[in-house]
Design a binder for this molecule. Structure first.
Ligand code: GLU
Length: 445
């Protein structure tokens, strides 16, 4: 029989100073501990111990030259977390906050997220403490080349397939894939998020944002409501926020905020025109990591140094980074009438804030379910690459919609509580865990 406290105590001893990793594991184990204790097969196979240990961690040095001719050194990683269900699959993050602990948390989360998509993908994550902020395109190119010169040894279309994440979008995937092809001379699905002209899938750039809105619409559809007419706060302004804003608008909702490290934008007219969403892409491409220019361009309000959770809305979509929505933010949202928090960044909601929302019976969708659309379309990109085919936008979008509604259904199945409240966090954790755990039992050790 497992006891949560002693299991987490051991985990902490083995993984000192990896707070985000501990947080992610604790959330999953708290959800699944009863399932494990009732299943002798999971106990006999030591699933909890094995599932919380990455298969392999690769760490390497990345040397590159900046525009002034100085040599720079960063650290690169690939965490191959679990391949019970298929090749390791997950993004690369280039951000100053990247540490081994943060990538272990992301690789762990990815394992269950990928399981929820029902596509044959294991979980992995990688990246670097390199920050694209303030870098020129030429510096980013040189960094990507150097990063791939080491990473190519460990990846492959049937072993480990990286993609984008924070700081890694279409431009960076292009630079990375270009270097991979230069070294290996191969055109394969070794990376996803490629450009549609050179092996990428349509809808992949939009997929995480589209998927989270489909998921939210499923949540509301389940209670006879819809997302149409809802007032929404989004944080972030990158690729994920961009897709979310566009799909929310298409579905008839109104997004009034986006944010960056410099503060947030409040646009009471809604971030709802092609010009406004195109400008988000320009902000990302500028490498400045700020949203303030949106306010000047579209006569919206800029609130410096604050987060958008103080704006009264029906639904909140954290789309930026882990632990971006604190307990205090959750209390403010609830007191302003917000009924739904849809975590679109990975672990965007702090643990105490998540508990508060669940206790208040506010609907909280966890990132591993709500943001799974991105990796799901990556899986569809792998399928297209393997068949040397290119699917239409309609084909990819309808598969994405179907996958999101299946994920929603599994969360409901496993997460409904005695009072009728749907605990999506618990539901997603149990549904994802069972798939990985069953495969691990069947594969032996
Ligand atoms: N980085 C994204 C995620 O967190 C996408 C990963 C992928 O497409 O492999 O799921």
């Amino acid at each position: 029989m497992y006891d949560l406290e002693s299991f987490i105590g051991d985990l902490k001893r083995r993984n000192p100073s990896q707070d985000e990793f501990i947080q992610a594991v604790e959330e999953v184990v708290a959800s699944v501990i009863d399932v494990v204790n009732e299943n002798p097969q999971y106990i006999r196979n030591k699933i909890l111990e094995r599932i919380s240990e990455p298969d392999r961690v690769i760490s390497f040095k990345v040397e590159w030259e900046d525009d002034s001719g100085d040599v720079q050194v960063n650290r690169g990683y690939r965490v191959q977390f679990n391949n019970a269900l298929g090749p390791y699959k997950g993004g690369l993050r280039f951000h100053s906050s990247v540490t081994l602990g943060s990538l272990k948390f992301l690789g762990f989360e990815q394992t269950f997220k990928n399981a929820l998509t029902s596509l044959p993908m294991g979980g992995g994550k990688g990246g670097s403490d390199f920050s694209p902020r303030g870098k020129s395109d030429a510096e980013i190119l040189r960094f990507c080349r150097s990063f791939m010169t080491e990473l190519y040894k460990y990846i492959g279309p049937d072993t480990d397939v990286p993609a984008g994440d924070i700081g890694v979008g279409g431009r960076e995937i292009g630079f990375l894939y270009g270097q991979y092809k230069r070294i290996k001379g191969e055109n394969t699905g070794v990376l996803t998020g490629k450009g549609p002209g050179w092996g990428g899938s349509l809808i992949r750039p939009e997929a995480t944002g589209f998927g989270t809105m489909y998921f939210a619409d499923n949540i509301l559809g389940n209670i006879g409501d819809s997302i149409r007419g809802k007032r929404i706060a989004v944080s972030g302004f990158g690729n994920v926020a961009w897709g979310a804003v566009m799909k929310a608008t298409q579905l008839g909702a109104k997004v009034v905020t986006i944010s960056g490290p410099d503060g947030y934008i409040l646009d009471e007219d809604g971030i709802n025109t092609p010009e406004k969403t195109a400008f988000m892409l320009q902000l990302r491409a500028s490498n400045n990591d700020i949203v303030k220019p949106y306010a000047q361009r579209f006569k919206a309000q800029f609130v410096p140094g604050r987060k958008p959770w103080e704006v009264p809305v029906d639904m909140a979509f954290p789309c930026a980074i882990q632990n971006e929505l604190s307990l205090e933010d959750a209390k403010t949202l609830v007191s302003n009438g917000c009924k739904y928090v849809i975590e679109t960044s990975n672990m965007g909601v702090c643990a105490d804030a998540a508990q508060y929302l669940i206790d208040k019976r506010i609907t909280l969708a966890p990132g591993k379910a709500a943001n799974a659309g991105g990796v799901a379309v990556s899986g569809l990109e792998m399928s297209q690459n393997a068949q040397h085919l290119f699917w239409t936008k309609e084909e990819v979008d309808s598969r994405l919609k179907h996958i999101m509604s299946e994920i929603h259904a599994s969360c409901v199945r496993e997460g409904v509580e005695d009072d009728g409240y749907i605990n999506y966090v618990k539901g997603a954790n149990i549904a994802g865990f069972k798939k990985v755990a069953d495969a691990m039992c069947q594969l032996g050790y």
